[in-house]
Design a protein around this ligand. Structure first.
Ligand SMILES: *Cc1c(COP(=O)(O)O)cnc(C)c1O
Length: 421
């Protein structure tokens, strides 16, 4: 459920008409709904009620500080995967002891910054990284809390580019080697083992792969405890999928996911962390774009939009489907026609949809890409020297620009010309 609905024939975000935002900020732009963000966070928080837990929003899904602050004020922690994300979380007022640091390539500098600024734990992804965290912690005269990310070798049954829990993926340590790696961690004086981490992929639409992974984590918890490790925390990653089409998909609900976690892991008495990204932000955001031209091709009509693959990469990168709706509600019963919906970038991959059935549209009309809140704005680039598009946050009947569109001048000034030219 989200808060992007038609009211009196016009698409709204909560109580604000999308057309009003478009008139104020220009197109294209991203628009997020505060109520939807909070609703999704609360669903997870409530799903884990009764267990000691922390929902750490995986901020790589949508990392604007206004979004972080909205969620942090509701009690969310953050899962960060880079020094830049760590700096954003701190800037948004998230306390260090609610930030977990994931990612396969943490550098010395990133580790030092997190240890200095405060960190809940590092999720360690390899043995060399473990040695470096130990060294940096010792050099700072501190002890780094860690979990080890184990790779449970389960098939997440999702798109290959977002599956992370098979042995061929670059993530984590093979679960079969976990005891050996934990023994090494326990021997390093700069580290304090606090738990186990697992994350098997993104956009999972079935609970079974999670269940298989968590069963392996439960067994490992018992083994590691028998080996003398103090396993007090289980970080279960993110990955729960969202419906990208309104009609035919019904991924498991957070409440079902929470119940399964209790079933599989509740008896261990551990604190549970989860790291949802997509499910919190995905359906809490849309991208709004304007039709520049309607071009008649051979046997097909193209809708050429002012938004492009550099603004919303998911269709080009993952063959992802986004529902695209007219901002003016089509009259009931109006006959639809197929359109190929494309952006202006000079790549054939700059195609959002083929033969998409839509009520007829003309130049100047506004359309909205639904479910664009996660892995949307954060993946945007300035390819073709197209400015990063603005982000807007709606709260009830108010809206605010939370990231401005840069001017061409600002973009051009980032280049510097060497003296010899
Ligand atoms: C990407 C990622 C997440 C979030 O995944 P979603 O599918 O967006 O919920 C959580 N944890 C880690 C370690 C990740 O890399």
């Amino acid at each position: 459920m989200d808060h992007f609905l038609y009211k009196d024939g016009a698409l709204h975000a909560e109580d604000v008409a999308i057309a009003d935002i478009a008139a104020a900020v220009g197109t294209p732009f991203y628009c997020y709904s505060t109520a939807t963000l909070l609703r999704h966070f609360t669903l997870f928080d409530e799903a884990l009620a009764g267990m000691d837990h922390l929902v750490c929003y995986a901020m790589k899904a949508a990392s604007n500080q206004a979004i972080l602050k909205t969620l942090a004020q509701a009690g969310a922690g953050m899962d960060v995967v880079s020094g830049g994300e760590y700096a954003r979380a701190i800037a948004a007022g998230v306390p260090g002891d609610k930030i977990v640091f994931s990612g396969v390539g943490k550098t010395h500098e990133e580790i030092r910054a997190a240890l200095t600024g405060g960190i809940r734990q590092f999720n360690v992804e390899s043995e060399p990284e473990m040695e470096v965290i130990n060294e940096v912690a010792l050099s700072l005269g501190t002890v780094a809390p860690i979990t080890v990310r184990v790779n449970p070798d389960v098939d997440a049954k999702t798109h290959a580019k977002i599956a992370t829990g098979k042995s061929e993926n670059k993530f984590g340590i093979p679960i079969a080697r976990a005891r050996e790696v934990y023994a090494r961690a326990a021997a390093l004086p700069g580290l304090r083992v606090v738990g186990i981490d697992v994350h098997i992929g993104s956009q999972l639409t079935d609970l079974e792969p999670f269940r298989l992974a968590y069963r392996k984590v439960a067994a490992l918890t018992e083994e590691l405890r028998a080996d003398g490790h103090d396993i007090i925390r289980l970080d279960l990653g993110g990955g729960l999928g969202i419906p990208y089409t309104r009609s035919n998909e019904a991924p498991p609900l957070p409440v079902e996911y929470g119940a399964m976690i209790k079933e599989e892991l509740g008896h261990l008495g551990c604190e549970i962390e989860i790291e949802p990204g997509r499910l919190i932000a995905g359906n809490a955001g849309i991208m709004v774009s304007k039709v520049i031209y309607v071009k008649s091709g051979e046997g097909r009509d193209f809708l050429i939009l002012d938004g492009a693959m550099n603004d919303l990469l998911r269709p080009a990168m993952y063959d992802a489907h986004h529902d695209i709706v007219s901002v003016v509600e089509p009259a009931p019963g109006v006959e639809q026609q197929p359109y190929d919906i494309v952006g202006p970038v000079c790549e054939t991959g700059d195609t959002f949809a083929k033969e998409r059935m839509m009520a007829p549209l003309s130049a100047g009309d506004l359309v909205a890409f639904r479910s664009a809140g996660a892995y949307g704005a954060v993946m945007a680039s300035e390819y073709n020297t197209r400015p990063l598009i603005p982000e807007v946050l709606v709260h009830g009947d108010q809206f605010a620009v939370i990231r401005q569109r840069p001017t061409f001048d600002e973009m051009l000034k980032r280049d510097t010309i060497p003296d010899w030219l």
